[in-house]
Design a protein. Sequence first.
Length: 291
Amino acid sequence: MGLKSDPSISVEAIIAERASTVFGPDARPISPAVRSVQNGRPILDNVAGARLHEVLEQEGKLELATLRSTGGVLACLHRESAPTERASQSETPPWGPLPHAVYACLSPPRRAVVARIHSNTPLRAAGRRLSAGAMNGKNWCHGDARLDNWCVRDGAPVLIDWERSGLARPELDLAALLGSIVALVLQKASTSTGDASEVRGAIETALKASRSMLAAALNGYLAAGGARPDPWLLGGNVGNLLVCRAYTTSVVDPHDRTLALLLDVGVGLIEHPMRWRALCPSGGEVYVHSN
């Protein structure tokens, strides 16, 4: 479409057009073609398929092959030259002060999340440091590679929504993908019925089962030529993702179990990133963070 020659076209549209020419490990484009541009933003071709989180939520459809391909798509993207010099616009937890008008509109559960993270100065410093580390890179990253930004067409995953794409480290995208898998597992397990011990058992079982999902995505990334991630940076940014999900989770009960789980696991990973090895041993056992 030659979008670069039109100054009214957004960077997102230019990025999306370029992404549609990148091929994944299955020799298919990693993103739909840009059908048109409206108000400077891209309108992508419709993908006749479910979102990745919908595929994984369906009982009996644990598509490990699809997750492996998903990791491979990210590896292919990260090897390409970015069509922009801008940094990724990835979302981060609300570490800084919120404007009064924003805080006043928050629900009680979201205020509780803000209160917890703002009362812990070392946590905020660690979270900011981890986020800055993931942003400080020169790889072309999607910037928001969560499960709901993937569509699955004929078993092949494709990325959509390039609004946050830019330069960063690969761990940024991997944390978004792997962290949203953990979030999905926690959300599903937290709705289990029964007493406290039964719920804890369901959560522990689900987290153990999620190892195969995490390993499939990460092994697919490595098999497609992706560089081995720094487990410290990856684990800590999975924590950042989970805290973000806790902050944006829609709940009516301030003591909602899902929110509490996302926040507890997320905070734990930010404070102790190498705990990531317990969730994804194949992704972190042999690497040591150098900082």
